[in-house]
Every structure is written in structure tokens, then in C-alpha cells.
Design a protein around this ligand. Sequence first.
Ligand code: GTP
Ligand code: MG
Length: 195
Amino acid sequence: MQIKNLKMDISAVSAQQYPTDNLAEIALLGRSNVGKSSLINTLVQRKKFARTSSTPGKTQTLNFYQVNEAFYLVDVPGYGYARVSKQQRAQFGQMIEEYLTTRSVLQGVIILVDGRHEPTADDVSMYQFVRYYQLPALIVATKMDKVKKNQWNKTVQTVTNTLNLNSTDQLQLFSALNKSGQSEVWHWISTRINN
Ligand code: GTP
Ligand code: MG
């Protein structure tokens, strides 16, 4: 996709703060530090559009990034981050749940998992939640630059089996470092927002 226009539009912690322009939205979900913000930067070909960090818990609000005045990529705080307080974790959970269950312009979600490891119990719960609400989902196994090519099939098998992936949900291997899988992710987003 050609990026003609980018705008960091809105940070929201509750529904009253979501954008009101009725554009389609695609949300990025995944554990803290898995690479959600990095995936956004790779897609829009900018190094520091979405803020990233090697310290988990960087993204703490729903961040709406407007692309080409046509749709939003929504960066969501990571789940499963042990070092935030219990109360803060509950607030994050509530904020994410409210967004996912009430947002009518949401056209699909991208769930990121770490391609180096088996998906965690949190990843499985997130995927089941998304299935329950029948949101179209793309699973992205990221950090694949750290996985040898001859292990890629194993990653596909492990992620498919552990998440018990529905046959209608696509799995894409990805790396923000060398941009592999970038065009496939864009293709999926395009089909969702042009529906
Ligand atoms: P939170 O905002 O805390 O939820 O994290 P996040 O999911 O947005 O992760 P972020 O994009 O900030 O990336 C976390 C760390 O992983 C950073 O140090 C990134 O440089 C690194 N990272 C992200 N994607 C990749 C990748 O594809 N390959 C490698 N090798 N590192 C990556
Ligand atoms: Mg982030």
C-alpha cells in the first residue's frame, strides 16, 4: 500500500474519546513487547511513528493512527505484562474489552504472537475472545528474523495447534526487522477495510 498521508490522531482510554469520523479500524493485539508498535511502523514505513520500546508496557492507551485519510490502525496496550499493578491490568483489560466489544467500525484484528515461542495462555485467551465475538482475525507470528528458515514450518504448526486456529483465520509469519510478510499483512488489511 502506498502511504500518502499519516496522522497520529487520538489517544483514548474510554469510548467517549474514540474518533468520530466513522473510518474503518484495524486493531493490533498481543502481549507486551511482542512488537505491535513495530509492526505499525513497518507497515507505514516510518521508524518512530508508533512509539516502541525494549521495556514492555510502552503503549498504555488506545492509539489511533490514521492512514491515507481512509482508515485507522489502532495500537492497543499489550496484555500479560506482570510489572504493572493488578489494578492497572484490570483497567487495561476493561479498556480493551470495551473497545473490542462495542466498536462498530472495527473491521478486524491482528493478533501478534512471538514466532520464537509457543503462544502463551494469554495469547490463547485473546484468540478465544476474538473468536467468541466473531471478529475477523489475522494471526501474525513476529520476530521471525530470529527463527531459522528451516524452523518456519514448525512455527506454523505450533501456532496453529496451540491457538487451535480456525480454518478461516490466516496466519502470517513476519519480521519488523527485515520486513518479511509486510505485503501479505497489507493485503489482509486492504481486503478488510474495503469490505
Ligand atoms: P507494548 O507497547 O509494551 O505493548 O509493546 P509492543 O508490542 O508495541 O512492542 P514494540 O513494538 O515496542 O517492540 C518491543 C521490542 O521488540 C523492541 O525492542 C523492538 O525493537 C523489538 N521487535 C519488534 N519487532 C521485532 C522483530 O520483528 N524482530 C526483532 N528482532 N525485534 C523486534
Ligand atoms: Mg507498543
